[in-house]
Design a protein around this ligand. Structure first.
Ligand code: BG6
Length: 315
Protein backbone atom coordinates (compact mmCIF):
# COMPACT_ATOMS: atom_id res chain seq x y z
CA UNK A 1 0.00 0.00 0.00
CA UNK A 2 1.55 3.26 -1.03
CA UNK A 3 1.99 5.84 1.66
CA UNK A 4 2.00 9.59 1.33
CA UNK A 5 -1.27 10.04 -0.58
CA UNK A 6 -4.52 11.45 0.72
CA UNK A 7 -6.55 8.50 2.08
CA UNK A 8 -9.39 9.01 -0.43
CA UNK A 9 -6.96 8.40 -3.31
CA UNK A 10 -5.77 5.01 -2.10
CA UNK A 11 -7.39 1.68 -2.86
CA UNK A 12 -9.10 0.16 0.18
CA UNK A 13 -9.61 3.58 1.77
CA UNK A 14 -12.82 5.51 2.07
CA UNK A 15 -13.46 8.88 3.67
CA UNK A 16 -16.99 9.44 4.94
CA UNK A 17 -18.65 11.72 7.45
CA UNK A 18 -19.37 10.50 10.94
CA UNK A 19 -22.51 11.24 12.96
CA UNK A 20 -21.41 14.84 13.57
CA UNK A 21 -20.15 15.58 10.10
CA UNK A 22 -16.51 14.98 11.09
CA UNK A 23 -14.45 13.03 8.57
CA UNK A 24 -14.05 9.35 9.23
CA UNK A 25 -11.51 7.19 7.44
CA UNK A 26 -12.26 3.53 6.72
CA UNK A 27 -9.51 1.09 5.76
CA UNK A 28 -10.45 -2.28 4.28
CA UNK A 29 -8.10 -5.22 3.89
CA UNK A 30 -8.28 -7.35 0.71
CA UNK A 31 -9.80 -10.18 2.79
CA UNK A 32 -12.57 -7.96 4.10
CA UNK A 33 -11.41 -6.87 7.58
CA UNK A 34 -11.87 -3.18 8.27
CA UNK A 35 -11.19 -0.37 10.69
CA UNK A 36 -12.86 3.02 10.93
CA UNK A 37 -11.31 6.00 12.69
CA UNK A 38 -13.00 9.33 13.25
CA UNK A 39 -11.15 12.62 13.15
CA UNK A 40 -13.26 13.46 16.17
CA UNK A 41 -10.97 12.39 18.98
CA UNK A 42 -8.74 10.35 16.66
CA UNK A 43 -11.02 7.60 17.94
CA UNK A 44 -11.16 4.17 16.35
CA UNK A 45 -14.91 3.55 16.23
CA UNK A 46 -15.03 0.14 14.56
CA UNK A 47 -12.78 -2.82 13.91
CA UNK A 48 -14.21 -5.80 12.05
CA UNK A 49 -12.69 -9.13 11.13
CA UNK A 50 -12.86 -10.62 7.64
CA UNK A 51 -16.25 -12.16 8.48
CA UNK A 52 -17.59 -8.68 9.16
CA UNK A 53 -17.92 -9.27 12.93
CA UNK A 54 -17.47 -6.17 15.06
CA UNK A 55 -14.69 -6.69 17.60
CA UNK A 56 -15.02 -3.45 19.56
CA UNK A 57 -17.89 -2.54 21.84
CA UNK A 58 -19.93 0.63 21.35
CA UNK A 59 -22.79 1.36 23.70
CA UNK A 60 -26.32 1.42 22.30
CA UNK A 61 -26.74 4.54 24.48
CA UNK A 62 -23.60 6.24 23.17
CA UNK A 63 -24.03 9.99 22.76
CA UNK A 64 -22.94 11.29 19.37
CA UNK A 65 -22.22 14.95 20.01
CA UNK A 66 -19.46 17.15 18.60
CA UNK A 67 -16.28 17.17 20.62
CA UNK A 68 -17.35 14.44 23.01
CA UNK A 69 -15.77 10.99 23.04
CA UNK A 70 -18.18 8.21 22.17
CA UNK A 71 -18.68 5.41 24.73
CA UNK A 72 -16.91 2.64 22.86
CA UNK A 73 -14.22 1.96 20.28
CA UNK A 74 -10.76 3.19 21.28
CA UNK A 75 -10.63 6.76 22.62
CA UNK A 76 -7.11 8.12 23.14
CA UNK A 77 -6.40 9.39 26.66
CA UNK A 78 -3.80 12.17 26.58
CA UNK A 79 -2.15 14.07 28.22
CA UNK A 80 -3.80 12.78 31.38
CA UNK A 81 -5.28 9.42 32.26
CA UNK A 82 -8.26 9.39 34.63
CA UNK A 83 -8.73 12.23 37.06
CA UNK A 84 -5.26 12.36 38.59
CA UNK A 85 -4.36 15.86 37.48
CA UNK A 86 -5.80 19.25 36.75
CA UNK A 87 -7.29 18.43 33.34
CA UNK A 88 -10.66 16.98 32.39
CA UNK A 89 -11.02 13.22 32.94
CA UNK A 90 -8.74 11.28 30.54
CA UNK A 91 -7.31 14.52 29.06
CA UNK A 92 -8.55 16.56 26.13
CA UNK A 93 -7.25 14.63 23.09
CA UNK A 94 -10.34 12.40 22.87
CA UNK A 95 -12.59 15.46 22.67
CA UNK A 96 -10.72 17.35 19.93
CA UNK A 97 -10.82 17.38 16.16
CA UNK A 98 -7.73 15.82 14.66
CA UNK A 99 -6.51 16.17 11.06
CA UNK A 100 -5.21 13.66 8.54
CA UNK A 101 -1.43 14.00 8.41
CA UNK A 102 -0.28 13.33 4.85
CA UNK A 103 3.27 14.34 5.69
CA UNK A 104 3.83 12.18 8.77
CA UNK A 105 7.52 11.49 9.26
CA UNK A 106 8.39 7.81 8.68
CA UNK A 107 8.67 5.51 11.65
CA UNK A 108 12.18 4.56 12.53
CA UNK A 109 11.90 0.77 12.87
CA UNK A 110 10.38 -0.87 9.84
CA UNK A 111 6.78 -0.29 10.87
CA UNK A 112 6.23 1.51 7.57
CA UNK A 113 5.71 -1.53 5.36
CA UNK A 114 3.02 -4.00 4.40
CA UNK A 115 0.16 -2.34 6.16
CA UNK A 116 -2.61 -0.08 5.02
CA UNK A 117 -2.38 2.95 7.28
CA UNK A 118 -3.67 6.40 7.91
CA UNK A 119 -1.83 9.03 9.93
CA UNK A 120 -3.66 11.52 12.12
CA UNK A 121 -2.31 14.54 13.95
CA UNK A 122 -3.37 16.63 16.91
CA UNK A 123 -1.72 19.91 17.85
CA UNK A 124 -2.85 22.02 20.80
CA UNK A 125 -5.34 24.83 20.23
CA UNK A 126 -5.01 28.16 22.06
CA UNK A 127 -7.59 26.91 24.55
CA UNK A 128 -5.63 23.69 25.15
CA UNK A 129 -2.51 25.74 25.79
CA UNK A 130 -4.35 27.73 28.44
CA UNK A 131 -5.07 24.61 30.50
CA UNK A 132 -1.94 22.65 29.51
CA UNK A 133 0.77 25.10 28.44
CA UNK A 134 2.96 22.71 26.45
CA UNK A 135 3.41 22.68 22.70
CA UNK A 136 3.19 19.12 21.38
CA UNK A 137 2.48 17.12 18.26
CA UNK A 138 0.51 13.94 18.87
CA UNK A 139 0.49 11.58 15.89
CA UNK A 140 -1.57 8.44 15.59
CA UNK A 141 -0.98 5.88 12.87
CA UNK A 142 -3.87 3.44 12.47
CA UNK A 143 -2.96 0.37 10.40
CA UNK A 144 -4.64 -2.81 9.32
CA UNK A 145 -2.54 -5.83 8.35
CA UNK A 146 -3.46 -8.35 5.63
CA UNK A 147 -4.65 -10.65 8.45
CA UNK A 148 -6.90 -7.96 9.87
CA UNK A 149 -4.71 -7.15 12.89
CA UNK A 150 -5.19 -3.59 14.09
CA UNK A 151 -2.19 -1.55 15.08
CA UNK A 152 -2.09 1.89 16.67
CA UNK A 153 1.18 3.76 16.92
CA UNK A 154 1.24 7.06 18.76
CA UNK A 155 4.06 9.51 18.76
CA UNK A 156 4.26 12.51 21.06
CA UNK A 157 6.83 15.15 20.19
CA UNK A 158 7.86 17.97 22.47
CA UNK A 159 8.00 21.09 20.28
CA UNK A 160 8.13 23.23 23.40
CA UNK A 161 11.07 25.09 24.92
CA UNK A 162 10.71 23.19 28.21
CA UNK A 163 10.25 19.57 29.31
CA UNK A 164 6.73 18.28 29.91
CA UNK A 165 5.20 15.11 31.32
CA UNK A 166 2.05 13.25 30.39
CA UNK A 167 0.19 10.00 30.82
CA UNK A 168 -1.44 8.08 28.00
CA UNK A 169 -3.86 5.22 27.30
CA UNK A 170 -5.57 3.50 24.41
CA UNK A 171 -8.96 3.10 26.07
CA UNK A 172 -9.90 -0.12 24.31
CA UNK A 173 -13.52 -1.31 24.61
CA UNK A 174 -13.39 -4.99 23.63
CA UNK A 175 -16.65 -6.62 22.64
CA UNK A 176 -17.21 -9.86 24.56
CA UNK A 177 -20.03 -12.40 24.59
CA UNK A 178 -20.58 -12.47 28.35
CA UNK A 179 -18.19 -10.99 30.89
CA UNK A 180 -18.62 -13.99 33.20
CA UNK A 181 -17.09 -16.17 30.45
CA UNK A 182 -14.00 -13.98 29.98
CA UNK A 183 -10.55 -14.19 31.49
CA UNK A 184 -7.31 -12.28 31.09
CA UNK A 185 -3.99 -14.08 31.01
CA UNK A 186 -0.69 -12.31 31.49
CA UNK A 187 -1.42 -10.13 34.53
CA UNK A 188 -1.05 -12.84 37.19
CA UNK A 189 1.16 -11.95 40.17
CA UNK A 190 1.52 -8.33 39.06
CA UNK A 191 1.01 -5.33 41.33
CA UNK A 192 -2.00 -3.17 40.62
CA UNK A 193 -3.32 0.18 41.79
CA UNK A 194 -6.97 -0.14 42.66
CA UNK A 195 -8.99 2.87 41.56
CA UNK A 196 -11.84 1.57 43.72
CA UNK A 197 -9.62 1.95 46.85
CA UNK A 198 -7.94 5.35 46.31
CA UNK A 199 -5.29 3.75 44.10
CA UNK A 200 -4.04 1.52 46.92
CA UNK A 201 -1.44 -1.00 45.72
CA UNK A 202 -2.25 -4.72 45.80
CA UNK A 203 -0.65 -7.82 44.31
CA UNK A 204 -2.65 -10.05 41.97
CA UNK A 205 -2.84 -13.73 42.81
CA UNK A 206 -1.53 -16.47 40.58
CA UNK A 207 -4.71 -17.16 38.65
CA UNK A 208 -5.96 -15.68 35.40
CA UNK A 209 -8.26 -12.74 36.04
CA UNK A 210 -12.00 -13.36 35.89
CA UNK A 211 -14.93 -11.03 36.57
CA UNK A 212 -17.72 -11.06 39.10
CA UNK A 213 -17.92 -7.42 40.24
CA UNK A 214 -16.76 -3.91 39.31
CA UNK A 215 -13.06 -3.73 38.37
CA UNK A 216 -11.02 -0.56 37.86
CA UNK A 217 -7.32 -1.33 38.17
CA UNK A 218 -3.96 -0.23 36.78
CA UNK A 219 -1.68 -3.27 36.46
CA UNK A 220 1.84 -1.88 36.55
CA UNK A 221 4.86 -3.13 34.66
CA UNK A 222 2.87 -5.65 32.63
CA UNK A 223 4.41 -7.91 29.96
CA UNK A 224 4.47 -6.93 26.28
CA UNK A 225 1.74 -9.40 25.38
CA UNK A 226 -1.42 -10.41 27.21
CA UNK A 227 -4.51 -12.33 26.14
CA UNK A 228 -8.22 -11.83 26.72
CA UNK A 229 -10.03 -15.14 26.28
CA UNK A 230 -13.73 -15.16 25.46
CA UNK A 231 -14.74 -18.70 26.28
CA UNK A 232 -18.25 -18.50 24.85
CA UNK A 233 -17.18 -16.95 21.53
CA UNK A 234 -14.07 -19.17 21.43
CA UNK A 235 -12.20 -16.02 20.52
CA UNK A 236 -9.00 -14.65 22.01
CA UNK A 237 -7.81 -11.08 21.76
CA UNK A 238 -4.04 -10.89 21.75
CA UNK A 239 -2.82 -7.51 22.97
CA UNK A 240 0.76 -6.56 22.20
CA UNK A 241 2.24 -3.31 23.33
CA UNK A 242 5.46 -1.35 23.42
CA UNK A 243 6.33 1.83 25.30
CA UNK A 244 3.20 1.37 27.41
CA UNK A 245 4.16 -0.36 30.65
CA UNK A 246 0.73 -0.57 32.27
CA UNK A 247 -2.61 -2.24 31.56
CA UNK A 248 -5.81 -0.68 32.85
CA UNK A 249 -8.66 -3.13 33.30
CA UNK A 250 -12.14 -1.66 33.67
CA UNK A 251 -15.63 -3.05 33.86
CA UNK A 252 -18.24 -0.86 35.56
CA UNK A 253 -20.53 -3.79 36.51
CA UNK A 254 -24.16 -3.36 37.43
CA UNK A 255 -24.34 -0.47 39.89
CA UNK A 256 -21.97 1.92 38.12
CA UNK A 257 -23.54 1.13 34.73
CA UNK A 258 -26.81 2.52 36.01
CA UNK A 259 -25.15 5.86 36.82
CA UNK A 260 -23.70 6.31 33.31
CA UNK A 261 -26.11 8.11 30.99
CA UNK A 262 -24.35 6.89 27.82
CA UNK A 263 -24.24 3.23 28.81
CA UNK A 264 -27.02 0.62 28.98
CA UNK A 265 -27.83 -0.93 32.37
CA UNK A 266 -26.83 -4.44 31.25
CA UNK A 267 -24.13 -3.57 28.74
CA UNK A 268 -21.34 -4.26 31.22
CA UNK A 269 -21.87 -7.91 30.31
CA UNK A 270 -20.80 -7.34 26.69
CA UNK A 271 -17.68 -5.23 27.16
CA UNK A 272 -14.31 -5.18 28.82
CA UNK A 273 -11.82 -2.33 28.69
CA UNK A 274 -8.22 -3.51 28.59
CA UNK A 275 -6.12 -0.43 28.02
CA UNK A 276 -2.44 -0.38 27.14
CA UNK A 277 -1.27 2.65 29.06
CA UNK A 278 1.48 4.68 30.70
CA UNK A 279 -0.16 5.74 33.94
CA UNK A 280 1.82 4.87 37.04
CA UNK A 281 4.89 6.79 35.90
CA UNK A 282 4.39 9.85 33.72
CA UNK A 283 6.45 10.08 30.55
CA UNK A 284 8.74 13.10 30.42
CA UNK A 285 10.04 14.58 27.17
CA UNK A 286 12.77 17.17 26.88
CA UNK A 287 12.50 19.80 24.13
CA UNK A 288 12.79 18.07 20.73
CA UNK A 289 12.31 14.55 22.14
CA UNK A 290 9.70 12.10 20.89
CA UNK A 291 7.98 9.16 22.58
CA UNK A 292 6.37 6.24 20.79
CA UNK A 293 3.65 3.94 22.18
CA UNK A 294 2.33 0.98 20.20
CA UNK A 295 -0.65 -1.27 20.51
CA UNK A 296 -1.38 -4.23 18.28
CA UNK A 297 -4.65 -6.14 18.57
CA UNK A 298 -5.36 -9.52 17.00
CA UNK A 299 -8.53 -11.54 17.36
CA UNK A 300 -7.91 -15.25 16.83
CA UNK A 301 -9.86 -18.47 17.40
CA UNK A 302 -9.04 -19.56 20.95
CA UNK A 303 -7.49 -22.81 19.73
CA UNK A 304 -4.75 -20.87 17.88
CA UNK A 305 -3.83 -18.41 20.56
CA UNK A 306 -1.01 -20.34 22.22
CA UNK A 307 1.20 -19.67 19.16
CA UNK A 308 0.83 -15.95 19.68
CA UNK A 309 1.49 -16.15 23.40
CA UNK A 310 4.66 -18.15 22.78
CA UNK A 311 6.15 -15.30 20.72
CA UNK A 312 5.69 -12.25 22.87
CA UNK A 313 8.41 -10.25 21.11
CA UNK A 314 6.69 -10.10 17.73
CA UNK A 315 5.26 -6.54 17.74
C1 BG6 B 1 -11.45 3.82 33.03
C2 BG6 B 1 -11.13 4.39 34.38
O1 BG6 B 1 -10.31 3.60 32.30
O2 BG6 B 1 -12.32 4.72 32.37
C3 BG6 B 1 -12.44 4.50 35.16
O3 BG6 B 1 -10.20 3.57 35.04
C4 BG6 B 1 -13.42 5.34 34.39
O4 BG6 B 1 -12.18 5.03 36.43
C5 BG6 B 1 -13.57 4.78 32.98
O5 BG6 B 1 -14.66 5.34 35.05
C6 BG6 B 1 -14.51 5.58 32.09
O6 BG6 B 1 -14.15 6.90 32.00
P1 BG6 B 1 -15.01 7.91 31.16
O7 BG6 B 1 -14.44 9.28 31.43
O8 BG6 B 1 -14.86 7.55 29.72
O9 BG6 B 1 -16.42 7.77 31.64
Amino acid sequence: MSMGHCPEQRPGFEVTKDWNGADQVAIRSPRGASVRVSLQGGQVVSWRNDRGEELLFTSSKAIFKPLKAVRGGIPVCFPQFGNCGTLEQHGFARNKTWIVDDEAPPLSNGDNNNKASVDLLLKPSDDDLKCWPHCFELRLRVSLSMDGDLSLISRVRNVNGKPFSFSFAYHTYLSVSDISEVRIEGLETLDYLDNLSQRERFTEQGDAITFESEVDRVYVGSPGVIAVLDHEKKRTFIIRKEGLPDIVVWNPWEKKSKTMSDFGDDEYKQMLCVNAAAVERAITLKPGEEWTGKLELSAVPSTNCSDHLDHPGRL
